[in-house]
Design a protein around this ligand. Structure first.
Ligand code: GTR
Length: 325
């Protein structure tokens, strides 16, 4: 091939290539879940969109499977700007952001639709302000389904069955009080320690949603799952305020838009994963108690509400959540 022809071909190839610059801003983002899990895939979608919207300048690197540490530690690291982003359950922010605690009150949300209406409305914006006061910029709220109890010992069909049993909970006071209110013993510990703790009998069980019960492998060591659905806790994607403040308003806008666009994507993936996990876990021999009278569970939670819904502004927030249609 003649030199001139090669030059022409190279020039046209350069024109055809997308005008992507090198990463100028890089955000390292943590998640406790493995690749393929809906929260991880939600943030990956956000990364793609941020890259496109910034012409390749903004890059988000997603570190799944607790590679950057257990959830509570990664939240603190994000507050201090050691890592730039974290995707974590609201439950893990409980002892950091008091308002987040209120969203972990058992049986607060009536349905997924109710939760969406709360999080997508003015209350979602108020909560973002509460996170910002703790150096975290809330950019997306994801789905986390509803949490129920599972254990290695026996099928739980009523509140009394929980009496004296040991359950792992998130490292959060409201979760500990919830277990005490049900007559069980709470053992707060990081997610990554739960499998071996059930296996070795340190605890009898834990509580979580279908996709976590599945992807953590907990169903292998705790086959009795009772759909009491005591908690619907939203998932949060937050950026370190230290990182955020160093960004231009244009880059902040790109991240906001990318995060917002990732919400419906995550919610769709979530719904699909819930079904797939349920099918897999049931096929593998989990014994699921579906028919359960939730009323005694709901009634048992009264002391938890009394303890946490104290100040008038907290009472007002809880009331507004309950009144949201
Ligand atoms: C999952 C949640 C995680 C983590 C975990 C836990 O449902 O997505 O972020 O909080 O529960 O129980 O520790």
């Amino acid at each position: 091939m003649k030199k001139t022809m090669i030059a022409t071909l190279l020039a046209s190839a350069a024109l055809a290539a997308p005008a992507f610059a090198e990463c100028e801003v890089t955000l390292r983002s943590s998640d406790t879940h493995p690749d393929g899990y809906p929260t991880v895939e939600g943030v990956k979608f956000m990364a793609e969109r941020a890259k496109e919207l910034s012409n390749g300048r903004i890059c988000i690197e997603v570190f799944p499977s607790s590679q950057l540490g257990e959830e509570k530690d990664t939240i603190e690291q994000t507050q201090f700007g050691v890592i730039d982003m974290v995707r974590a359950s609201f439950g893990s922010f409980n002892d950091i952001v008091p308002e987040a605690q209120l969203l972990s009150l058992p049986y607060l949300f009536r349905s997924e639709e109710h939760l969406h209406n709360v999080m997508d409305g003015p209350i979602g914006d108020e909560l973002a302000k509460a996170f910002e006061a703790k150096d975290l910029i809330a950019v997306a709220y994801y789905d986390g389904g509803s949490r129920s109890f599972y254990n290695s010992q026996k099928p739980i069909t009523k509140v009394e069955d929980l009496k004296g049993m040991k359950f792992r909970v998130m490292q959060s006071d409201v979760f500990v009080d919830m277990m005490s209110a049900l007559g069980a013993n709470a053992t707060p510990m990081p997610y990554g320690e739960v499998y071996s703790s059930i296996q070795t009998g340190v605890i009898d069980g834990a509580e979580n949603n279908w996709p976590s019960y599945d992807s953590s492998g907990h169903f292998e060591v705790a086959k009795y799952y009772t759909l009491d659905q005591h908690l619907m806790v939203p998932e949060l994607v937050a950026i370190s305020k230290i990182k955020w403040d160093a960004l231009s308003p244009e880059d902040q806008q790109v991240l906001r838009q990318a995060a917002e666009e990732s919400e419906p994507v995550q919610r769709k993936l979530w719904a699909e994963q819930e079904k797939a996990s349920e099918e897999k876990v049931v096929a593998s021999g989990a014994e699921v108690v579906r028919e359960i009278d939730k009323t005694p569970f709901i009634e048992a939670m009264a002391p938890v509400y009394e303890k946490y819904v104290t100040k008038p502004e907290y009472q007002d927030l809880v009331k507004r959540i309950q009144e949201t249609q």
